[in-house]
Design a protein around this ligand. Structure first.
Ligand code: LLP
Length: 422
């Protein structure tokens, strides 16, 4: 579903024009649609109907409390990678028992906190994590439910920075070593084996690698069963891609179908941990053009959002559509503006600070632009580089706008700092 559409030449978020949203909350500002978030979640639910399955939203994609709360109310569990994410989930109304804890470097404090809260499952990524966790659990007089996250050595065919299931990635336990480690885990008093987990990468546009990984997981689950180790959960991770530009993206149902087909006779509960596909296209970054510069070779539109607000273009050379909030010709003034090819850039002092290269736009200073598909890994990866306060976040629900994160103030940026008494 697309919650961001033009009405009479004006880009709207559900029933509100982005111009009104900018007037009320200023820019830069992340804008999310409740309807789009809900529709993305429901698409998973529909695709998994009739199966024993859990959707554990990958918090890292967008960890705003309001978004977590919305997913909790829709019945989601959560996939976390830090103690900070666990705290957010609990504050937002999620239940620890519905949380799986992934990540290659969980600290003792994080393991303790998660055990104390009664977390649903630890997705263990190394032998030392397993022994550490077993020790902590025993000390606390508890038993830690675990899955081993295995690395199936499958090429996810995505950007190398977000590919995680290859033998040379840091993630998971090599699949051919997993059986031996399960056997060790079985002997550990502080450990209860719950399942097996894998996640091969992100922004996957083809269902085949995910199905290939699922097949390898099944083979391992069967080998474990033959040893008397029966699993309750099969966690197949996240990774489903979204359309940023013109990618051919399968529907949620089509993406999951080959996997579900392989899994159709299984008794285990299936766990999916989608992030991007639940939030990516449900959010945009609203920004205003500060300066228009026509250089000798290039024209630049310098906007008030930058790489610190949305770092995906700088980091992965990622494409985000950039749309004018008011369509050319939608009013008298805009009609007088000439279309040019612009690099849309931020004010940060780096040449890598861009939101889009070579975009044809008719714009003038003061105009609003919407950087699309920014709901996932946008605000979550933002920083304060150049002492820029982070953007506000707004959740739209029909004709209502809710401020879900205040714009940071400059004073907050240095509130934790101290001048040394030299
Ligand atoms: N589960 C695990 C263990 C993960 O590492 C990830 C993402 C997910 C689930 C969710 O994957 P998704 O459904 O969102 O693809 N910053 C990058 C993406 C990094 C993804 C990291 N892991 C980007 O902006 O493209």
């Amino acid at each position: 579903m697309n919650a961001f559409t033009y009405r009479q030449g004006m880009l709207c978020a559900e029933d509100l024009s982005l111009e009104r949203i900018a007037e009320r909350f200023a820019t830069p500002c992340y804008v999310y649609s409740r309807a789009a978030l809900t529709a993305a979640f429901e698409a998973y639910r529909r695709a998994l109907a009739g199966r024993s399955a859990r959707i554990c939203y990958a918090v890292k994609a967008n960890s705003n409390l309001a978004i977590l709360n919305l997913f909790a109310r829709l019945g989601a569990g959560f996939d976390i990678v830090s103690g900070g994410e666990l705290a957010r989930v609990l504050v937002a109304g999620g239940k620890a028992k519905d949380v799986v804890f992934s990540g290659v470097g969980k600290t003792r404090e994080e393991l303790q906190a998660a055990l104390a809260e009664g977390i649903g499952c630890f997705n263990v990524e190394s032998e030392s994590e397993l022994t550490r966790l077993a020790g902590i659990a025993e000390q606390m007089g508890l038993v830690a439910p675990i899955a081993l996250r295995v690395n199936p050595d499958v090429d996810a065919k995505t950007h190398p920075y977000i590919s995680t299931g290859l033998r040379n990635n840091k993630f998971g336990i090599p699949i051919d070593e997993a059986l031996a480690l399960y056997q060790r885990a079985r002997m550990m008093a502080g450990i209860r084996i719950r399942g097996i987990a894998c996640h091969i990468g992100s922004q996957l546009l083809d269902a085949a690698p995910a199905a290939e990984a699922a097949q390898k997981i099944l083979t391992l689950a069967d080998a474990l069963a033959a040893q008397g180790i029966v699993l309750a959960d099969l966690d197949l991770g996240g990774g489903m891609g979204i359309r940023y530009r013109d990618e051919e993206v399968p529907s949620t149902e089509d993406y999951l179908a080959p996997m579900l087909d392989l899994l159709k006779d299984r008794r285990e509960q299936l766990v999916f941990a989608p992030g991007r596909s639940l939030v990516g296209n449900a959010g945009l970054l609203l920004t205003r053009v500060e300066v228009v510069k026509h250089g000798a070779e290039k024209s630049f539109a310098v906007v008030d959002a930058a790489m610190n607000d949305l770092m995906r273009p700088a980091l992965y050379d990622a494409w985000h559509d950039i749309l004018p909030v008011r369509l050319n010709g939608a009013n008298e003034r805009v009609e007088r503006v000439q279309e040019h090819v612009y690099d849309v850039v931020g004010p940060v002092c780096e040449s890598g600070d861009f939101l889009g290269h070579e975009r044809s736009l008719a714009l003038a200073e003061g105009d609003l632009l919407a950087v699309m598909s920014a709901g996932a890994y946008g605000m979550a990866m933002s920083s304060n580089y150049n002492s820029r306060p982070r953007a506000a976040e707004v959740l739209i629900d029909g004709g209502q706008a809710h401020l879900i994160r205040n714009r940071e103030s400059v004073a907050q940026l240095y509130a934790q700092e101290h001048i040394a008494p030299l």
